[in-house]
Design a protein around this ligand. Structure first.
Ligand SMILES: C[C@](O)(CO)[C@H](O)COP(=O)(O)O
Length: 263
């Protein structure tokens, strides 16, 4: 059995967070989302990480990992470190970024003499989910290690969900109004988080299959599990965690800061 590895997607912009720099470099209580999420993976036992950065920020992102490593120091003062390779992601789609990250994972493992075989658990994680507890990450790794080839953390949906039709503009209100077409039964629905975990061969083949089908940025899947589904594979779910929230808006950032203050 081999240890888990991870691709950390960090190529997104921080526009919705109100900044003009990359989202992963936004700070949460003085520490970037990038460092927090990479540290969480290392704490969960991941043995090596590839970070996909915005193409013009690779050198900057690499400065957060001196000597190409992230170091954890225990309360007793003992430290250990794992390798981190920062590569350019794609601005076209998340799917394209992850594909570049998977190529780089082969480089990382070759460079450091690490195992990357068909059953190696490989996680794909969003840097924006910076507060993900190590236990939530370990649950995904454990399920993949047990032999489930594609595993995603999920939470129940709590809002009522409606399907809506096309928008009609209202000159009076200055907004578009959309008619409700149906109310969706939410009992069988879940919202999906990361890290998503896969046996290496399952993830590699799912991306290859998408490439062969010619999936492009318009049709790109919004998560990697979707590619496994498209390729006919079975995806399993494990319980996610409210703390694995995606920090996307300023409200998310404020909430995450509050949560950190309380922990
Ligand atoms: C993968 C994901 O986090 C699952 O909810 C989500 O789809 C990522 O979306 P993003 O727009 O790439 O942040």
């Amino acid at each position: 059995m081999s240890t888990a590895l991870a691709v950390l997607t960090a190529a997104g912009s921080g526009t919705r967070l109100g900044g003009d720099g990359p989202k992963a470099l936004v700070e949460l209580a003085g520490t970037t989302l990038l460092e927090r999420s990479a540290r969480g993976l290392a704490q969960a036992g991941v043995a090596g990480i590839v970070v996909t950065a915005p193409a013009d920020q690779v050198d900057t992102f690499a400065t957060y990992f001196p000597d190409g490593r992230i170091t954890l120091t225990s309360e007793q003062g003992e430290s250990c470190s794992i390798p981190v390779l920062v590569v350019a992601g794609s601005s076209a789609s998340r799917q394209a970024s992850v594909a570049l990250g998977l190529d780089a994972l082969e480089t990382l493992t070759e460079t450091h003499g690490m195992c990357l075989d068909a059953s190696t658990p490989v996680l794909v994680h969003d840097a924006a989910r910076a507060l993900t507890p190590p236990d939530a990450i370990r649950r995904v790794i454990a399920a993949v290690t047990l032999g489930y080839n594609a595993v995603i953390p999920v939470l129940p949906v709590t809002d009522t969900l409606k399907q809506v039709g096309d928008s009609t503009a209202s000159a009076h209100l200055g907004i578009g109004l959309r008619p409700v077409m149906a109310t969706i039964d939410r009992s069988a629905l879940v919202s999906v988080q990361t890290p998503q975990g896969f046996a290496w061969s399952t993830l590699r083949e799912a991306h290859e299959s998408a490439r062969t089908r010619g999936a492009n940025e318009r049709t790109a899947a919004t998560d990697d599990a979707g590619l496994v589904e498209d390729a006919g594979g079975q995806v399993m779910t494990v319980p996610g965690d409210l703390l694995s929230m995606k920090v996307t808006t300023r409200l998310d950032l404020a909430l995450a800061t509050l949560l950190l203050d309380q922990s």
